[in-house]
Ligand binder design. Structure first.
Ligand SMILES: C[S@@+](CC[C@H](N)C(=O)[O-])C[C@H]1O[C@@H](n2cnc3c(N)ncnc32)[C@H](O)[C@@H]1O
Length: 232
């Protein structure tokens, strides 16, 4: 049974560019059997977990660091989705799961917070069974700027904030060095404009903070990146 995700629910629970759109696009061709398990890593307030609930017959482990398991459990229960979503409070770099436990790892607008170092993909993909799916969506840049950051980006973000917002070439290089995964594709996502418009219209205070850069033209430097890989 699928649940209704209203525009109001999404607007009040997203923590960045509309996660529901990112999740829909990232997993549109993901096919998993009944009884399978997905790790939604850095699930925030669980919008992506609820999309996965509707899109798959899987049990979803909704893991996050900043949002407590109790808060997310309340949200999933109110939505009638707590039969197949397990809320977990965890740090991606120290998770309480068995290696090889998941059929798929999905992470939306989160991986760049902890995954920009070599070796992290090996650590987190260890929880995925061989042949399992890895799907990551991250905010990105059309190209890497180094020290030459366009000034409009600095209206909303510091150089440190921007260090984890990288290009497709950068992610291809970092993840391509891993011997734990085979990359299937790393591509720009089609939902960029709509996802950002929804975020800026959401009323969230962080969205108001992001508005200055976007209104000054930062959008032309930015994209959203979908990473698809298979666990070896
Ligand atoms: C911008 S929010 C996105 C949340 C959600 N995926 C969404 O799109 O609404 C980034 C999330 O990354 C999570 N995060 C950051 N570092 C993490 C870590 N080391 N382990 C687990 N989650 C982490 C935060 O808790 C936060 O909820």
């Amino acid at each position: 049974m699928s649940i209704e995700l209203t525009d109001e629910f999404i607007a009040s629970n997203i923590m960045g560019p509309n996660t529901a759109l990112l999740a829909e696009e990232l997993v549109q061709d993901l096919e998993l059997p009944r009884g399978s398990r997905i790790l939604d890593l850095g699930c925030g307030k669980g919008v992506s977990s609820l999309v996965l609930y509707n899109r798959t017959p899987s049990t979803i482990f909704a893991a996050d660091l900043w949002i407590t398991a109790t808060e997310n459990f309340e949200r999933f229960r109110k939505q009638g989705a707590d039969d197949r979503i397990v809320p977990v409070h965890a740090d991606a770099l120290d998770m309480p799961f068995a290696h090889g436990y998941f059929d798929a790892l999905v992470s939306i607008d989160s991986y760049h917070y902890f995954g920009c170092e070599e070796g992290v993909i090996d650590a987190v993909s260890a929880y995925v069974k061989p042949g399992g799916e890895i799907r990551l969506a991250v905010p990105g840049m059309v190209r890497d700027f180094g020290d030459d950051v366009p000034p409009e980006l600095l209206l909303s973000w510091t150089p440190e904030d921007l260090e984890s917002i990288r290009s497709i070439a950068w992610w291809s290089d970092l993840l391509g060095r891993s011997e734990s995964i085979d990359i299937v594709s790393i591509t720009e996502m089609a939902c960029f404009e709509r996802a950002w418009d929804d975020w800026l219209a959401s009323g969230n205070e962080y969205a108001q903070h992001d508005r200055a850069a976007m209104e000054a033209g930062a959008k032309k430097h930015m994209n959203l990146i979908a990473i698809r890989a298979i666990k070896r």
